[in-house]
Design a protein around this ligand. Structure first.
Ligand code: BGC
Length: 762
């Protein structure tokens, strides 16, 4: 854990440059706008520790799989969101000396992420090796108003000299992916162009042939006016720039504006990319930095109105939640149903930038409550469109007759993860899609989704479970063998309780969806039956049989659910007895040792209890929490939020608060020692849930909103807004847990607060 960032309600602030933390800061201070994003690398050269990363949503590369021993059913590739052509560099040379903070004496350094306005700022005063002292102030953003536009304002002031300055303004497609299996470069040049004032490169991804055109134009000014300058251009493979030489006069600064556009063939015809880029760039330059920024900030102001959470009396907690909301919002805007939410968003390359079960299990509730229903619906439709591929994935593993096995990691519906214990065994993920359908319907009331899309998906997934279970003569029950549950520190176990529970629930849910669609729209039902060749009676008879006879591991002595068969054979040791030098286990212990231990990577039994809370009484929840939480190491970012929600439910307020800080400040404080690889974007939705579902106790039951709020002792008040069935409501919880609810828009709404029913009116 590191605590070098300053606390502030709206800003993330780094004072002083610690070169060893630079990659962490590059992740934390990342910018994005749903279409593109970038790590917070410096504009000028930096020879210290850095990971230059720019990303374009939906543009990926199928990197050839690397495995020690091939297993049938492995995917051929691992899809990677690519480190894309970069436009952020403004390289500075003064006289003959390159401005490189790794080689300067730094007097002051500040990096600030203004989350309210989506602006990255940096200022420093530094002395170069030859004694020249400069001060620099830079600002940049990726426009939320137009996802293809970004801009930088870079001001440099010579403090103790006058000299010529050389400014290099590149567009560079010669980038390498940090995460590459065979050290290949993934981009090829298609077209480039440079003339004084503009530089442009169109590059295409190998194999997938996505074209991306990145173009830049600039202005160099002093006191608001263009200044005399000599301009030359460079063109080399995958690279184009303008090089500007001007005079830098002591104490009188130059301001460099760099405008950029990034267009991809996902949204423009390939043969028009360069032309469209130039038109767009011209408009951006004409608008100018201030106007572009004002438009961008206006969108952020609107977004914050929709999804801000305020916390009074605890700056660390306030900064944490805003940071999570900020990152989530700039990663996924919900406008394009082809896109999804990668675990690292635009902040790094780990996990390939692809779609995981994280979206359905963690992110969906955030988007359901803070955006119009279309956004969450788009996330579901994304999976509907992958149904065919999910059936193919199933076939590759020997399933048949339309059994849908959704991938653990995907870009286009195909599985692209190849660790056997996850690819083949972490099968619970396929039902995350079913649970998301239920979540969406419960929240929005849009049951029609079942008729339009949902039922087909549910039948496919139910068929998977039907084939994946087997009858145990010994137990006289259906069992599910050879799986990995959410807790990835156990592989190839039998009867992971979470998996068995979710599988049986999916079968029940699919049957209830069938009943609904059949009754409400017989014609559509007939169409689906025909399309998927559904043998209703035969198939559902067997599903019922499985549901009624599923085996659930349980320990009668302790009266707790068992994570899996044989769990009690382990030596049960609490995490608090581990030595600090053993943590995190996944970086310190061998896999063999991890697998034999009782330690739990992330909520597993507790994940199931969280998803199906109403199936368990409070005493049962407490007993299982008391048993499993002490053995949980939370080495997945997805873990603490589930514990906040359950701890809140059972009245463990202090613990809930501790877990909250852990999830909210996971990246800000680098809890898991891995933020330099990127931020944990998908778990950020879990932070939001921690406040709303955890402290706020928000649930939807029978189409109604329920709240059982409490307030952590450290806070004076907190408030959040929810969009719910054409209403916007605001909930504020003050000291002593006093609750105020307000209907901001929409028709009167009945809600339940602390088991009392109220009607909210304006
Ligand atoms: C977790 C998975 C998760 C993945 C991506 C892993 O560490 O164990 O549950 O899907 O990270 O966030």
């Amino acid at each position: 854990m590191k605590q070098y960032l300053k606390q502030h309600e709206w800003h993330i602030i780094e004072e002083g440059l610690n070169p060893h933390y630079n990659k962490i800061s590059e992740s934390v201070f990342s910018l994005g706008n749903g279409r593109m994003g970038q790590r917070a690398t410096f504009e000028e050269d930096f020879s210290g520790e850095t990971h230059q990363g720019s990303y374009v949503a939906g543009v990926y590369y199928p990197d050839k799989t690397r495995v020690g021993w091939w297993k049938n059913g492995y995917p051929e590739y691992f899809a990677k969101v690519l480190n894309a052509p970069s436009w952020i560099e403004i390289k500075i040379k003064i006289g003959d000396t390159v401005l490189d903070l790794a080689k300067c004496k730094i007097e002051s350094f500040n990096r600030v992420l203004d989350m309210k306005q989506g602006l990255l700022q940096r200022s420093f005063t530094a002395t170069l090796a030859d004694g020249k002292k400069v001060s620099v102030d830079s600002k940049r953003f990726c426009s939320m108003a137009d996802g293809e536009v970004g801009a930088i304002r870079y001001e440099i002031v010579p403090i103790n000299f006058s000299a010529p300055i050389t400014i290099t303004l590149p567009v560079d497609a010669d980038v390498v992916n940090k995460d590459s299996n065979y050290d290949e470069k993934f981009w090829e040049e298609v077209y480039k162009e440079a003339e004084p004032g503009i530089a442009l490169v169109t590059a295409q991804t190998k194999k997938t042939n996505f074209h991306v055109c990145t173009a830049m134009q600039y202005k160099v000014q002093a006191e608001g006016k263009d200044i005399p300058q000599q301009v030359s251009v460079t063109l080399r493979e995958k690279y184009a720039d303008n090089v500007v030489v001007a005079d830098l006069k002591q104490n009188s600064g130059l301001v460099i504006y760099k405008y950029a556009v990034v267009l991809s063939s996902e949204n423009h015809p390939k043969d028009k990319l360069a032309a469209h880029a130039k038109t767009k760039l011209k408009a951006a330059v004409a608008a100018g930095f201030d106007k572009l920024f004002a438009e961008h900030a206006k969108v952020w102001a609107h977004k914050w109105e929709e999804c801000d959470i305020t916390i009074e009396g605890d700056v660390a907690a306030q900064q944490g939640i805003r940071f999570n909301i900020f990152q989530l919002t700039q990663t996924y805007t919900g406008e394009d149903e082809r896109l999804n939410i990668g675990p690292k968003g635009f902040t790094g390359e780990k996990y390939g930038g692809s779609t995981y079960w994280d979206t359905e299990a963690y992110c969906l509730p955030f988007f359901l409550s803070t955006a119009e229903p279309k956004v969450a619906r788009n996330l579901l439709v994304y999976r509907y469109k992958h149904l065919g591929k999910a059936i193919e994935n199933g076939k590759k593993l020997g399933f048949k007759d339309g059994a849908a096995f959704y991938p653990f990691v995907t870009m286009n519906g195909e599985e692209c993860h190849n660790e056997w214990e996850i690819t083949f065994e972490e099968i619970h993920r396929t039902s995350a899609m079913a649970y998301a359908i239920r979540d969406y319907i419960d929240y929005t009331g849009d049951k029609n989704y079942l008729t339009e899309y949902g039922l087909e998906v549910l039948i496919g997934i139910a068929r998977f479970w039907n084939q994946r279970v087997n009858w145990s003569g010994d137990k006289g029950k259906f069992v599910i063998l050879g799986v990995t549950g959410p807790n990835e520190y156990e592989n190839n176990v039998n009867n992971n309780w979470y998996t068995n529970y979710l599988g049986a629930w999916t079968l029940r849910f699919a049957m209830s969806a069938i009943t609904y669609v059949k009754a409400s729209n017989p014609a559509r039902y007939a169409e689906i039956v025909k399309k998927v060749n559904f043998q209703e009676n035969a198939e559902t008879d067997r599903w019922k049989h499985i549901v009624e006879n599923m085996y659930y591991p349980f320990d009668a002595n302790r009266n707790v659910i068992l994570q899996q068969d044989g769990f009690l054979d382990k030596e049960l040791i609490p995490v608090k007895d581990l030595k600090p030098e053993d943590r995190p286990l996944n970086q310190k212990w061998s896999w063999d040792r991890i697998l034999r231990s009782c330690f739990i990577k992330q909520a597993d039994v507790l994940q199931g209890i969280y998803l199906f809370e109403d199936d368990f009484d409070e005493e049962t929840i407490r007993r299982n929490f008391d048993f499993y939480e002490p053995m949980t190491v939370h080495e997945s970012s997805l873990s603490p939020c589930v514990h906040v929600i359950l701890a809140s439910k059972i009245g463990y307020k202090e613990q809930a608060y501790e877990f909250y800080l852990r999830t909210a400040r996971l990246d800000l404080d680098d809890y898991n020692n891995d933020t330099e690889e990127g931020c944990h974007i998908t778990s950020m939705a879990g932070t939001w849930m921690s406040v709303v579902k955890g402290f706020g106790g928000m649930r939807v039951r029978d189409g109604k909103l329920h709240f059982t709020p409490f307030i952590p002792d450290q806070w004076k008040s907190y408030s959040f807004r929810l969009e719910f069935r054409d209403r916007v409501i605001k909930v504020k919880v003050g000291s002593g847990g006093k609750v105020e609810t307000m209907l901001e828009s929409g028709e009167p709404l009945e809600i339940n607060v602390n088991n009392k029913v109220f009607t909210l009116t304006k």
